[in-house]
Ligand binder design. Structure first.
Ligand SMILES: Cc1ncc(C[n+]2csc(CCOP(=O)(O)OP(=O)(O)O)c2C)c(N)n1
Ligand SMILES: [Mg+2]
Length: 809
């Protein structure tokens, strides 16, 4: 019988003034045990990969001791945004057990086995449970919070800014006091961890600068092992020393800035002291701190992908073995008479057994979870083999696979179904039915939770129509937005908006004009030019219960932030299997205007990288306001692209501008017609409408459909329903050829089965493959024009009926 491994050793703080020597001794010994167990987990983890039981492993060996010091300073309510080396921190805080660590290494998708990602992420990618199945929040002040780790190195820095910034808002905005489950007076520190080499990333410098400007409680630890895989510090960092480089950020009497600390990673007492001091400054004074932890090592090399003997010199390897932080801690404990050699040897032996048992338990549970499926499939196929003997081999092969994983079980099942096609039998039906029933189960295991889909999901927000009266005013489009934001900011204290030029002048198109004066600088805020961390600011705030509108000035500049949106925000619900959410509303403006970087519409880039977000492409500011009203009441992330050329066009101001909602995924028929269906969105719709007028004069009746959102796309099949009437389809799009128009075609033709209704070739009319040149002529010759639309539609009609519609050219 294997012992239960779930009891957690967690670290305790050392307050020398209150401790007896014996208490002190037992804390230190406990810390050593945690460090040593963590090392054993790394050693064994690597072995599990090299023997083929797991696919890849990356471990925290060589970084154990500083992480224990960090864990001592980490309190309930605090947040971590870190990277893949932090297993010891996770063990020392009780965030992970060793068994859970192994379950993740094996990618066990069973309920509860890997509580961080449900078997979806590589090992050492931790996360804590912020929300419940229905999307409701837990009390985050009672949890040691870890925002879900991602693999792109440096990527954790953007979100870290937001996690720390939330503490500032909670401390300085008294109107947030009612949010008891999220903060205690803004006392929470956001801890960041990053490898030395990843400080070369732009996002690191952007985040460091942003936190210095914002003066937020962000504590960044750099784990410096002098390498980034095989590349040494001299290729990574100026002066090979990140704290040296960042000295200019140090605060002084005149200027706020950072407190910067440098400490050797193998010096346990110094580490405990530095972390206590640094985090105290950070927490109480709300000053960002940087702790540069030097002289760390990688006893097993970077990861299971290769060995470091290939690129480290003999001298370096010798130095590393002598400066291993656990070895150094051991030496210090012996020198200080905290333990004897015999005692420490006993501790180490026990740790090895404990870790081994935890690993075995995790592995056995993983295999056992699949055994019933294996047995069922073996039996199903064996039964089929009675009528079809050649199948016997399939079932005996599966029976002989000792450690069968799910893939092998399903490969056998599907092959048996294929090989028995056309040979109906009750036994075949039994297997086929079972296989089909597993679709739902496997979807839940491997594909579910792209969206939170909780009780505040956008599709659960009540649809409220816009209301107008006889006196309703025609106003500039931007005023509709302004009134919408005004009403919502008054309604919900959690809403904050920030971005370049958004505060003082109320954004470049004045959607927020006057709202900073009304709601204060904490709620309507200017930021530096730093798109990645504007997005990260949004993600961190949203993870801590606030409702951020994070603005990107122009859609073309969203490219600077796409990594953060794609890697972090879009994958959050999926990669945590629904235990975290970040309902950020990304506001931007785009489509046609003037110039290469002020008129782009790179929608396919967003469609390809932002699954997990809602993508809203309103045709005017009223529709935009309705979408915002939905999103402000919902809890899922989104991008809203306003039409750059629409702010000064007149629209009627709804009476209920802060309440009416536009549901997502609901396409609208803007104009009814009978000859052809034209699908477009955003600014291009006006072009299509203008073209339709001239086409009407030519006797062609155009049905114009606005899907309104591209993610989700026309959930009620309005497009394919229209095709039943017109039998012809044109998609008009400002994106490149084969861009968003290809997606729209796939949705209508394949997903909605529109091909059944077509009697001529479906077509697209798009922009050219290059970005649009400056000026009106540039626009005319590179984006779909009214003339282009008329001629393309006429051409389709000509093809169908050349007599009625003689060739134009
Ligand atoms: C954005 C990005 N680029 C490259 C990689 C591949 N990669 C993974 S770890 C790593 C080295 C990171 O070194 P460092 O930041 O010093 O952390 P360490 O592993 O040494 O602790 C690289 C290049 C990645 N994961 N993400
Ligand atoms: Mg490194």
């Amino acid at each position: 019988m294997i012992a239960m491994q779930n009891e957690k050793l967690i670290t305790n703080s050392i307050d020398a003034s209150e401790l007896s020597f014996n208490d002190f001794k037992s804390i230190v010994i406990n810390d050593y045990k945690i460090a040593y167990e963590s090392r054993q987990a790394s050693v064994l983890g690597r072995r599990e990969v090299l023997t083929g039981k797991a696919k890849f492993g990356i471990f925290g060996d060589g970084k154990e001791v500083p992480q224990i010091a960090m864990a001592k300073a980490f309190k309930q309510g605090d947040w971590r945004s870190g990277y893949y080396r932090d297993q010891t921190f996770a063990f020392a805080t009780g965030i992970s057990t060793i068994k859970e660590f192994f379950a993740q290494l094996y990618a066990n998708p069973s309920e509860g086995a890997d509580p961080f990602s449900g078997g979806r992420q590589m090992n050492c990618h931790f996360a804590t449970k912020s929300i419940n199945e229905d999307g409701s929040w837990n009390d985050l002040t009672k949890i040691k919070n870890v925002s879900s780790d991602i693999s792109p190195t440096g990527g954790q820095m953007a979100r870290l800014v937001g996690l720390a910034y939330a503490s500032k808002l909670f401390r300085e905005n008294r109107e947030l006091d009612y949010l008891k489950n999220f903060s205690v007076n803004g006392n929470e520190v956001a801890f960041g961890t990053i490898g030395n080499a990843s400080t070369s990333e732009g996002v690191f410098f952007e985040a460091i600068n942003a936190a210095g400007v914002l003066q937020i409680p962000m504590a960044v630890s750099v784990w410096d092992d002098a390498y980034g895989i095989s590349v040494p510090a001299k290729y990574q960092t100026t002066k090979e020393d990140i704290s040296e480089v960042l000295k200019g950020f140090q605060r002084d009497e005149k200027n706020p800035g950072y407190e910067i600390y440098k400490v050797k990673g193998w010096d346990y007492p110094a580490l405990c002291e530095v972390y206590e001091k640094a985090i105290n400054v950070c927490r109480t004074e709300h000053v960002p701190v940087l702790i540069h932890v030097t002289e760390l090592t990688q006893p097993q090399g970077h990861s299971t992908s290769g060995s470091h003997e290939r690129y480290k010199s003999k001298d370096r390897l010798t130095w590393e073995s002598e400066h291993d932080c656990i070895l150094k801690m051991r030496e210090w404990m012996l020198e200080s008479a905290i333990v004897s050699e015999d005692e420490i040897t006993e501790i180490e032996k026990a740790a090895k057994v404990l870790v081994r048992n935890a690993q075995k338990e995790a592995w056995n549970e993983f295999l056992d979870s699949m055994k019933p499926e294996q047995k069922l499939v073996i039996d199903f196929i064996a039964a089929m083999a009675k009528n079809q003997p050649e199948l016997a081999k399939l079932s005996s092969q599966l029976a002989a696979t000792a450690d069968a994983q799910r893939r092998e079980i399903f490969v056998a099942a599907r092959k048996a179904i294929r090989l028995s096609a056309g040979k109906p039998s009750a036994e075949r039906d039994a297997l086929a039915n079972w296989y089909k029933s597993q679709d739902v189960v496997n979807y839940e295991r491997y594909n579910s939770k792209l969206h939170t889909k909780g009780k505040e999901s956008p599709d659960k927000i009540a649809v409220v129509d816009a209301v107008y009266n006889d006196q309703s005013k025609m106003v500039d489009g931007r005023e509709v937005l302004n009134a919408c934001f005004d009403a919502n900011f008054a309604r919900d204290q959690r809403l904050v908006a920030f971005g370049e030029d958004l505060g003082n002048i109320g954004d470049v198109n004045q959607g927020f004009a006057g709202l900073q004066a009304k709601f204060g600088e904490l709620r309507v805020t200017d930021t530096g030019i730093r798109e990645m961390t504007i997005m990260g600011q949004g993600i961190g705030l949203a993870m801590r219960g606030l409702k951020p509108i994070a603005e990107i000035q122009y859609l073309d500049y969203l490219i600077f932030a796409l990594n953060v949106l794609s890697d972090d925000l879009a994958s959050l619900s999926y990669r945590t299997k629904g235990i975290q959410k970040a309902p950020v509303i990304v506001r931007t403006r785009g489509h046609r205007l003037e110039g290469i970087w002020h008129s782009g519409s790179p929608i396919s880039m967003l469609l390809g990288s932002l699954r997990g977000l809602h993508l809203c492409v309103p045709r005017n500011m009223t529709q935009a306001a309705g979408m915002y009203n939905t999103l402000f009441r919902a809890d899922e992330p989104s991008v809203v692209i306003e039409c750059l050329n629409g702010y000064r066009l007149k629209e009627m101001l709804p009476d209920n501008v802060g309440e009416f909602t536009v549901p997502l995924g609901h396409a609208e028929v803007l104009e009814e017609g009978t000859d052809i269906t034209v699908v477009s969105y955003g600014s291009s719709l006006r072009i299509v409408q203008e073209a339709a007028e001239e086409l009407a004069a030519l006797g062609i009746s155009v049905e114009i459909i606005d899907p309104q959102t591209l993610l989700p796309f026309d959930i009620n099949n309005v497009c394919s329903t229209s095709l039943k009437k017109t039998n012809k389809l044109l998609v008009v799009d400002e994106d490149v050829p084969g861009g968003a128009s290809a997606y729209i075609l796939q949705q209508i033709i394949e997903q909605q089965k529109g091909y059944f209704s077509l009697d001529s070739q479906p077509k697209t009319l798009t922009a050219k493959a290059h970005r649009p040149p400056f000026g009106s002529d540039g626009d005319y010759f590179s984006k779909p024009s009214v003339d282009d639309v008329i001629e393309r539609i006429y051409g389709i009609m000509h093809e169908a009926n050349p007599v009625k519609y003689p060739s134009i050219f």
